[in-house]
Design a protein. Structure first.
Length: 337
């Protein structure tokens, strides 16, 4: 039974998904070939919660007036915003890249916020993301749309049994904290508590809009960075991968859409490098620093901002903006994660 299914998937990828992935601007490096074996089918049983949440969205059809009210929509927007920050500002910029510092208590609270998005624990998330940077758009990248397919980079790799375990060698620093290891094992607890709160606030409609729909929206906003931001958008920096800058993705992910900037300078807390690159997660980090909850925020220096540009002709303009912004002088080169 497994063999025909595998053949069906190979056919689907080769005829439908791969052409879609290659049709974007990401087809720049045509030398990249899918040398990795076609990934196995999703682990349906372990993924049942993830799939069940998607199916639970249909519950909205059975609610009076589809459950729509000012309260439920505000609840959905609020839980989307705080949890998207939990992923981008905490799991990504703090745990994967250590782009700012905080206290141990705050670190755990922020980790719980990230876990409430139900994208597994901070150690699992950050370790896989470090692997992404280490092997970007090569066969060892967990989710490159150029090596596998759009579908695989967006959601397939998460459902795969190949990525169930945490690559501990990539996350030795944070695995020293027992409370983070505990949260990694019990990553479902903050999300479940949030579901209970949503139900208490607005009943079934609150649960569906504030938890189910919001969670699925945060999923696909986050996943779009793994898939679309390596396919669609512009490239300011000549990084060794296919990362792109994309305003739309930056808006729905609170700043993660400046992905080419991020691959250029990975340890930066801001991914929008200039005033016109909206980066809401960085604004929140700045806010937290103003009240003393986080500190030592890392930013690229003015030299890094104009280093390795795709179009050197723009260098003078960017230098002027960087100087006007008085960007602090950190390391001129882009440190790796
Ligand atoms: Zn990337
Ligand atoms: Zn990153």
């Amino acid at each position: 039974m497994a063999r025909p299914l595998t053949q069906i998937k190979e056919h689907f990828i080769s005829t439908v998904i791969s052409p879609l992935a290659k049709s974007g601007a990401g087809a720049r490096h045509q030398t990249v070939q899918p040398t990795q074996p076609v990934p196995r089918l999703p682990n349906w049983l372990k993924s049942s919660g993830f799939i069940g949440l998607h199916l639970a969205v249909l519950a909205v059809l059975f609610l009076p007036n589809f459950g729509v009210s000012l309260t439920t929509l505000a609840l959905c927007g609020f839980t989307y915003f705080i949890r998207m920050f939990g992923i981008t500002g905490v799991y990504h910029r703090y745990f994967a890249h250590r782009s700012y510092k905080t206290s141990r208590v705050m670190q755990f609270l922020l980790a719980c916020l990230g876990a409430s998005a139900l994208q597994k624990g901070p150690l699992w998330w950050a370790s896989h993301h470090r692997e992404h940077h280490r092997y970007s758009d090569t066969p060892d990248d967990p989710h490159s749309p150029h090596i596998t397919s759009f579908w695989w980079s967006h959601v397939g790799w998460i459902l795969s049994p190949e990525h169930v375990d945490t690559p501990w060698e990539a996350i030795r620093d944070w695995s020293l904290y027992p409370e983070l290891r505990w949260l990694d094992r019990n990553h479902w607890i903050p999300g479940t508590l949030l579901a209970v709160v949503c139900f208490l606030v607005a009943g079934w409609a609150g649960l569906v809009w504030g938890f189910v729909i919001s969670t699925v929206l945060v999923y696909h906003g986050t996943f779009s960075i793994n898939s679309l931001s390596h396919l669609v958008g512009t490239r300011r920096y000549a990084t060794d991968d296919e990362s792109r800058n994309n305003l739309f993705l930056a808006l729905i992910t609170l700043g993660e859409g400046w992905h080419n900037n991020h691959h250029h300078y990975q340890s930066s807390a801001n991914q929008g490098f200039f005033w016109w690159e909206i980066d809401i997660s960085f604004a929140v980090i700045r806010l937290l620093s103003l009240v003393g909850l986080v500190w030592d925020i890392r930013k690229p220096g003015s030299k890094a901002l104009v280093h390795r540009l795709e179009k050197p002709a723009h260098k003078t303009d960017l230098e002027a903006v960087a100087a006007a912004a008085q960007a602090p002088e950190n390391e001129p080169a882009a440190p790796r994660a």
